[in-house]
Design a protein around this ligand. Structure first.
Ligand SMILES: CC(C)(COP(=O)(O)OP(=O)(O)OC[C@H]1O[C@@H](n2cnc3c(N)ncnc32)[C@H](O)[C@@H]1OP(=O)(O)O)[C@@H](O)C(=O)NCCC(=O)NCCS
Length: 377
């Protein structure tokens, strides 16, 4: 050591081989297992996408049926976990609740320590089913409502909306959420996925890896950005401000505008293309394009002013709000989808594992520094 130069934020550093997700940041291409995200978003479902991420290829119909059945069967939460949710402060943020509850789920796993392929697949089904349930159940409990049992006839997206609202969701809402779940399902070595792989590589366990990933996702530079976008839109509306002037002021104060910029994309984030359209379509269908219109003005301005593109988080905010979903559930919904990618990465890591342990370029006091006894300091 001594000659290496550290790259701040590990920008551009290749940290692993992976066959799960491919991104071309200059061309704005995102593909899961080689299949373009635009194709998946228009033709696939979350279940099929999760199968693809975990298995490497698209399923046959019987394989997809078996996968869906396994996910349906995994949709149960230990009663102790529901009690735990009840014991949390109602003001706790759903992301904090999710982080703590996913960690606690490991107590009730029949073979928590197992890290072999089959055990990881089994736990991936469980966690994918349970994360959606936890988010919906906590939201209901904090509102003084009863927890809604899953409906085995509904898809993963449909079930989430059902367990959240207690009402059978419309096809439009179910498909909109399904597409959002497909778009968020994986994104190569993003911060939370990297965190999950680092934890898994110590031969800890998948619950620990996913708990760590949730902690990473929560941050406003990562998944937490979608909530901040909506906070900004609400603030603009509440103060009766002009959206462009609001953002102009933010940029003048050197503040970051949530929902813009990306470490990897230097052009349009292909996920934003879908979410922009979804936000507009849902707005029109509901007769209220206010949030879309405001978002679009901000996007055009930030793009012209700073050459920054909207990322996945920008239009997911107006999309979820138009679907009637509370602001602080946006990042948990991101987790509800990203569990598919986290699980795929943990499985891939443990199928061919080596401890992840990089080095730091030391820039501290020059060795050896003399130890001065306390009395002489
Ligand atoms: C995503 C993000 C963390 C990537 O960070 P990064 O690759 O480390 O890029 P940097 O933060 O170093 O930004 C590079 C430059 O663009 C500016 N920039 C990046 N994103 C910006 C934003 N959203 N608003 C305003 N300026 C931004 C930075 O201020 C910096 O300018 P400077 O060189 O004049 O200091 C960053 O774009 C960001 O903070 N975006 C807002 C949060 C967000 O939406 N996160 C979700 C990502 S999917």
């Amino acid at each position: 050591m001594g000659t290496a130069v550290a790259t701040k934020g590990l920008e551009g550093i290749v940290a692993t081989n992976s066959s799960i997700c491919w991104i071309d940041g200059d061309a704005g291409v995102l593909a899961y297992r080689g299949i373009d995200i635009h194709e998946l978003a228009s033709k696939s479902t979350f279940e099929e996408t999760a199968y693809l991420l975990w298995n490497g290829t698209l399923s046959t119909l019987p394989e997809l049926d078996a996968f869906t059945r396994r996910l349906t069967e995994a949709r149960k939460l230990p009663p102790q976990i529901i009690d735990l949710l009840r014991s949390f402060p109602k003001e706790a943020t759903p992301m904090e609740v999710l982080r703590t509850a996913v960690s606690a789920l490991s107590f009730y796993d029949p073979n928590e320590k197992a890290v072999d392929h089959e055990s990881n697949i089994r736990k991936s089904f469980a966690l994918t089913a349970q994360i959606a349930m936890l988010v919906a159940a906590f939201d209901r409990l904090r509102k003084g409502k009863r927890v809604v049992d899953p409906d085995p006839s509904l898809s993963h997206a449909g079930n989430f909306l059902w367990m959240l609202t207690g009402e059978k969701p419309s096809d439009t809402a179910t498909r909109a959420l399904d597409v959002a779940l497909i778009l968020h399902a994986d994104h190569e070595l993003n911060a939370s996925t990297f965190a999950a792989r680092v934890i898994a590589a110590t031969l800890s366990d998948i619950h620990s890896a996913i708990t760590g990933a949730i902690g990473a996702l929560k941050g406003p530079l990562h998944g937490g950005a979608n909530e901040n976008v909506m906070r900004m839109l609400f603030a603009i509306e509440e103060q009766g401000e002009d959206p462009v002037e609001h953002v102009r002021q933010m940029l003048a104060e050197k503040k970051k505008v949530s929902g813009f910029g990306h470490r990897v994309y230097h052009t349009e984030d292909p996920r934003a293309t879908h979410l922009r359209k979804m936000s507009e379509d849902l707005g029109r269908a509901s007769g209220n394009t206010k949030w879309f219109d405001m978002s679009r003005k901000i996007e055009l301005f930030v793009n012209a002013e700073k050459k920054l593109n909207a990322n996945v988080d920008f239009y997911s905010a107006s999309t979820y709000t138009t679907l009637g979903i509370d602001l602080d559930l946006f990042t948990p919904i991101f987790a509800t989808s990203r569990i598919a990618g986290w699980a795929a990465h943990v499985i891939e890591q443990l199928d061919d594992n080596r401890l992840i342990r990089p080095r730091a370029e030391y820039v501290g006091p020059h060795y050896p520094v003399k130890y001065t006894p306390l009395a002489q300091r």
